[in-house]
Ligand binder design. Structure first.
Ligand code: PHE
Length: 391
């Protein structure tokens, strides 16, 4: 019998092992091997940085929903496993996080982001890879226009802008005829909401007397605030995120400005009152939820959330919870967990009884829902009124 020389033999053995290794790699190295007893979903959010409460609260809301569904046996016998990545509030990090979720972790769906600018970074990755994405809270209209796999469970800014304008013009508390606006010029959310407010305020007979801009993270707003003070507005619209808004409120007070600030959902954070304190007294913002809503729907959620996370949920916690529950409901009835089947089911969502209101997904994959107006007092938001769509 012919024996190959030892050197050749060991070389071919190596080749065989290399082949085996490559075969394992192609299924395991760039995609975690699926565990047939679980369903993996992803979340990307700002868990650190100046919008850290956005990501933390959303994640806490999602986790509560995951715990609840798993406690009743998961979905069709499979447990849900959540993978969360911190995008640090950065668009590039958001894109990387979503790429990792869809290509490496092979999630069946992605929840996120909060900030519209970051959802706009993550959504194209989901769309291209055939994975549905649900933003719990991005309100800029462009987000769901990225494609037919991109959904949201919150209202959009043409509505939010008109809610703010209506409140500014018509509420007894403001009765404003002149508005100043201070916009974060690099934020798609801020710029978009500012445009919608301006349009709606003018349509209601109001005048915008000063338009100023800043960049997220700025520390000195005195030039803009001094210009605004000179224009003598009845209200100052600040469609920004909470850290900047808190700082703006403090500096406005220092400059002797007692005009009310008014903003959108970007103010929603327990940190807002910690930063701005009493400087925010008598300021207002629109939001998706009030923890003072006495309905069982809201109070039951607060009880469960508080038991798990030892804090009062903000609007983002409620939206994260609602987004996850709508996803689970769709998973339960979808033909398969493939992107197209799951998206088809998400698109059918009608009258879902969410913590943040009745949620129906419209033809543009947006939700149509009421907004609430909250007033800051001693660092805490207080419920003022609810404004229905089409009112
Ligand atoms: N709507 C904001 C955006 O689109 C995000 C946000 C929602 C922030 C709700 C706080 C609360 O950027």
């Amino acid at each position: 019998m012919h024996h190959p020389p030892p050197a050749f033999f060991s070389r071919s053995a190596h080749m065989v092992w290399l082949g085996v290794f490559l075969a394992i790699c192609s299924s395991g190295c760039n995609g975690t091997k699926a565990d047939p007893t679980e369903i993996v979903i992803g979340h990307y959010g700002s868990m650190t940085g100046s919008e850290a409460t956005f990501g933390e609260s959303t994640d806490n809301g999602i986790k509560l929903a995951v715990e609840e569904i798993n406690a009743i046996g998961g979905i069709n016998g499979k447990k849900i496993r959540l993978i969360t990545y911190d995008d640090k509030g950065d668009a590039r990090e958001a894109g990387t996080a979503v790429t990792r979720l869809v290509t490496k972790d092979r999630v069946v769906a992605v929840i996120g982001e909060v900030a519209s600018g970051l959802s706009l970074a993550g959504a194209p990755v989901c769309q291209e890879n055939g994975v549905p994405m649900i933003s719990p809270s991005s309100t800029n209209p462009k987000v769901t226009k990225v494609g037919d796999l991109i959904f949201r469970v919150c209202f959009i800014d043409p509505f939010q802008g008109s809610v703010c304008a209506k409140f500014a013009r018509e509420s007894e508390k403001l009765k404003a005829s002149k508005a100043a606006i201070l916009t974060d010029q690099a934020s798609p959310y801020s710029v978009g909401l500012q445009e919608e407010f301006e349009k709606a305020f003018a349509a209601l007979g109001g005048t915008v007397v000063s338009k100023q801009t800043y960049q997220a993270g700025d520390q000195d707003f005195s030039a803009q605030l001094t210009a605004i003070r000179g224009a003598e507005p009845d209200v100052i619209f600040v469609p920004g995120y909470y850290t900047d808004v808190g700082n703006i409120a403090l500096q406005a007070k220092k400059l002797g400005i007692n005009t009310a600030l008014l903003g959108g959902d970007g103010w929603d954070s327990s940190k807002l009152g910690e930063i701005g304190g009493k400087a925010l007294d008598g300021c207002f913002y629109s939001n998706h939820y009030s923890h003072q809503d006495p309905s069982d729907r809201v109070q039951d959620f607060i009880k469960k959330y508080n038991a798990k996370h030892k804090q009062t949920p903000d609007g983002l916690a409620a939206l994260g919870y609602d987004a996850a529950r709508i996803l689970f409901q769709s998973m339960q009835s979808a033909k398969s967990l493939g992107g197209a089947d799951l998206a088809a089911e998400l698109a059918k969502t009608k009258n879902f009884d969410g913590v943040t209101g009745r949620i129906s997904i419209d033809a543009d994959r947006n939700a149509v829902k009421p907004a609430v107006i909250l007033e800051m007092k001693d660092g805490e938001p207080h419920f003022v009124t609810t404004i229905q769509p089409g009112e």
